[in-house]
Design a protein around this ligand. Sequence first.
Ligand code: ADP
Ligand code: ZN
Length: 755
Amino acid sequence: MIARVTLDFALGKDFDYAVPPELTGRVVLGARVKVPFGSRQVLGSVTGLLEAVPAAEGRRLKPILQVLGQRSLLTPGLLALARWLAAYYVCPLEVVLKTVLPEAVRREQAGWRERLFVRPLPADGPLPKLTRRQLELWHLIEERQGLPLQELLRLTGATADTVRRLEDKGLVEIAPRISERDPLAGEQFLPTEPLPLNEGQARALAQIVAALDDTGPPPGGGTEPGEPAAGRVFLLHGVTGSGKTEVYLQALEACLARGRGAIVLVPEIALTPQTIERFKARFSHGPRRTLVAVLHSHLSAGERHDEWHKIRDGRARIVIGARSAVFAPVEPLGLVIVDEEHEHTYKQEEAPRYQARDVAVWRGCREGAVVVLGSATPSLESYFNARRGKYTLLELPERVDHQKLPLVRVVDLRQEARQGQGVPVFSRRLREAIATRLERREQTILFLNRRGYATALQCPRCGYVAGCPRCSVALTYHRPEQQLRCHFCGHAEPAPAVCPAPGCGNPGIRYAGLGTQRVEEVLRRLFPHARIERMDSDRLTRKEEYRRILGEFRAGRIDILVGTQMIAKGLHFPNVTLVGIIYADLSLHLPDFRAAERTFQLLTQVSGRAGRGEVEGEVVVQTFTPFHPAIQCARRHDFASFYEEEVEFRRQLHYPPWSRIALVTLRGRNEDKVRFTAEHLRRELAARTRELADLILCGPAPAPVTRVETFYRYQLMARTRHMSRLSPHLAELLAHFQSPEGVTLSVDVDPAQLL
Ligand code: ADP
Ligand code: ZN
């Protein structure tokens, strides 16, 4: 037998090895193996098994040296998934495998942590003579039927020597034992029971359960994500607080009852202890009791290793995690839930550049699982699929508690500017609304998606604008540190007191544009007695700080919270009755075809923070474009109209969901060389893809932010309805195109952003 092995280091090609007789049976698909390579020994994964030597390879093959671990790590399902990912997202298989199998699991030494454990030995006859201290220890050890040495010492204050003496007397054994790390060790969960569902929830759940019971042959993944047969993929569209999570919980229970496991994906930012607790609490007791494994980026390598094996061994039947949890080795897989499916953090911005929501759909369909995508503001792509019958639409139009959605008022900043002097940070309406909340002792959230004090330092005399020396963007002024900073590369320099342009030196240098620091400053001037806190990534370099501020806010010790998108999501504070959006146009004017969609989602999410308690909420949106559909539809909480308007705009321009995009980016320090290479690449690609009738090729053009960290970037954009026909050409190009030195090439299929 011959094994085809994908080595861990990137070579873009697999190698064949002989399977020695003593390893037959252990060299299976997905097994981790050690093989000779040149004069070295390297690790890899078995990705193919062949009966005979291919003719071209008549020479003697080297044998596999060793199989690592007790069982194969990659399930056949995951191996198939990896192959599809590599082909569709145009990425070498070994790079994909590194994502599918986390580093902590791939290592040669199994990563179990061993700890010394003290265990009582069966004693016959009376106890030997012991000191009081020794007797005390012995009783505890016997009562607990053994415990970790460290814990014993901590509990009793004894020394290790005392315990050794017990061992000498033959009473106990001290030996290393594997101990699992549990990232939530020591936490207690109050068990929760399933709630009686309202009509909408019950209808949604019934359809999901029916799909779980429909165990006909799996429809099989299409070659493109989002192309399954209808009936197994659901889009659960429901406003915040409409009870989606309760539907997830009961669907999970139904899935476990049918003997299958499940994966729940949530955006990293929503993977808070509260979210995890909600899932653990439901499954910590009762007939469906199971471990809930957690996978996210803050786990240590050891914790990740342990969580992964809990899943692989089938001890944890539910996995909750961020993007990469879509690769969790759950078998058999019954259900995949993707919460907040519109979130662009599901897209990985480095190779493999996969979209976890789309991977979930593909994997779920291939493994016969049911997939539920949930959101208050579905992505255009998913809603489009639901409208066309590829997904089944489930709607929860009302909040569980029948609370009204907040009242949204739009303030026209142009008019404000005409009435006063210049554009104010706070319109009269917003000022008054805040004052009312302070009087009533209710809380306010103010949102501006830009940190810093001012977005540009400008000289009104000579026109100088302070720019980043490494990127083609203006520097942001940060007042507390008196610094100019680049938000792309982190470059920082002292803010000048006079215009630094040669021969100018104007002391009247000005700050233009608005950031959260300035909002905070103006706010303190307007409301000197209010308790105000700011929350953005400048302010919060440590996690505890984030928790502290949220805790204070929850406890009512903060009146007004100013922040960036960090405060836009998932937070639930019943006493917040006002949300102010300082400048809604910010995200609207980004050079990206999804700008309107992003704005609509953001406004809806932020508005969702208002009025989740007894009192009806109010939202004040300040904008220069009050009649833009994204703003007007968000004002009316009208997703359907926004969808109609936006999808028509996309159709006219052949943008997703009407097509799929592949973005080819060339990057290098010499701009001419980059542009020249991009032009050459375009000709190559056009020649290769002549038979793809619906292909639209645009560019090359400089990326919207052309220079980042001293690298110039040029882009080619290819749009087609059939990405699986274009992907192979891109893979060929990537493998064979000779780019000049210093110019690198990357491909992003289904990019989340064009910047
Ligand atoms: P979503 O996930 O859509 O934001 P949740 O599932 O978190 O909504 O529900 C919002 C709140 O309503 C939660 O506190 C939840 O416990 C409660 N809830 C959900 N479903 C019901 C129900 N059927 N009856 C009573 N309360 C419910
Ligand atoms: Zn920079």
